[in-house]
Design a protein around this ligand. Structure first.
Ligand code: ATP
Ligand code: RIB
Length: 306
């Protein structure tokens, strides 16, 4: 039987978003423009991006036994995501992200892990039968590293394609790379992992080659307004970013990775999936919020058909 499901293992946060004309200096108080609470977390955002592109999607992670967690899980369920592998942790509060967005749409994010920080290799062990039914397993680094590494190894052993979004960036053991199918760092993450500065296509290629040599099958570096650079053993590609009106880039990377997973999970080629995800992420930056900004399949197809 052909596997098509996408399993996302990762964080769920409530985003506390302050829109401000500028970021205050140390010791300074300024009047901000607006506040709102939105559903976020890199894992949950990627699950929403996948389900909105038509993938049968399962989310696994932890929330606290509080209203933030309850509301987030209910919202994911309304999206059509299977939430039965989200553990309600009686000891922890739900994850929170404090987000500042300036007038140019740039963001600064501080995450309090809460229950996300309690995801353990034991939780991952319990997911092995689910991994065996999935075409794609998507992982980020907002859960403890030992759990993320266990998830990568187990998912690969179950024959699923493993997509790692190495965010927030942190060094990874060299032994993990051969278990990763596609790694999707942004420029800063690629720089930290590869150990070379990444600011243009030439340096992206250099970083990608270093990661490829470590045993990943495909490296796809997101370069913000410079688009996407991809490298596999079969060759390279660059997809320029779409020219859009940028209002808020929160979850642009998550939209990219989640959409990429949905398309790869349904059997599309890496190149086709990256082209599609580049369009989905371009739409996401034109809207405010994390999960609120993620487009549906119809919206992406309409955008691509313009
Ligand atoms: P974030 O942390 O803000 O969610 P990121 O840093 O993980 O994002 P980026 O490389 O900034 O990831 O952006 C991801 C993708 O979003 C880009 O590869 C591109 O497809 C799209 N994107 C981001 N910024 C722009 C932009 N200014 N114009 C068009 N598309 C953009
Ligand atoms: O990638 C964006 C996400 O990072 C936000 O939704 C926030 O919760 C942090 O996890």
């Amino acid at each position: 039987m052909q596997r098509t499901k996408v399993l996302v293992i990762g964080s769920l946060n409530s985003d506390l978003v302050v829109q401000t004309p500028r970021v205050p200096d140390e010791g300074e108080t300024i009047m901000a423009t607006s506040f709102r609470r939105c559903f976020g977390g890199k894992g949950a955002n990627q699950a929403v991006a996948a389900v909105r592109q038509g993938a049968q999607t399962i989310m696994a992670g932890r929330v606290g036994a509080d209203s933030f967690g309850e509301e987030q899980v209910a919202s994911l369920r309304r999206e059509g995501i299977d939430t039965k592998y989200i553990v309600v942790d009686e000891e922890q509060v739900s994850g929170v992200a404090s987000i500042l967005i300036d007038a140019r749409g740039n963001n600064r994010i501080m995450v309090v892990a809460g229950a996300n920080g309690a995801v353990s290799p034991r939780d991952i062990e319990a997911l092995v039968p689910v991994m065996a039914e999935c075409s794609c397993v998507v992982i980020q680094l907002e859960i403890p590293l030992d759990a993320a590494l266990a998830a990568i190894r187990k998912a690969n052993a179950q024959g699923a394609k493993v997509i790692l979004d190495p965010a927030p960036a942190q060094p990874l053991p060299l032994s993990i790379y051969p278990h990763i199918t596609v790694i999707t760092p942004n420029a800063l993450e690629a720089e930290l992992l590869a150990g070379v500065p990444v600011n243009d296509l030439v340096s992206a290629k250099e970083a990608a080659q270093i990661l490829l040599d470590r045993g990943v099958l495909a490296v796809v570096i997101t370069l913000g307004s410079q688009g996407v650079y991809g490298l596999t053993l079969a060759g390279e590609f660059h997809l320029p970013a779409y020219e859009v009106n940028v209002v808020d880039t929160v979850a642009a990377g998550d939209t990219f990775t989640g959409a990429l997973a949905a398309l790869i999970g349904s059997g599309r080629s890496l190149m086709y999936a990256a082209e599609y995800a580049n369009a989905a992420a371009a739409l996401a930056v034109t809207r405010r919020g994390a999960q609120l900004s993620i487009p549906t399949e119809d919206e992406v197809r309409q955008f691509l058909g313009r």
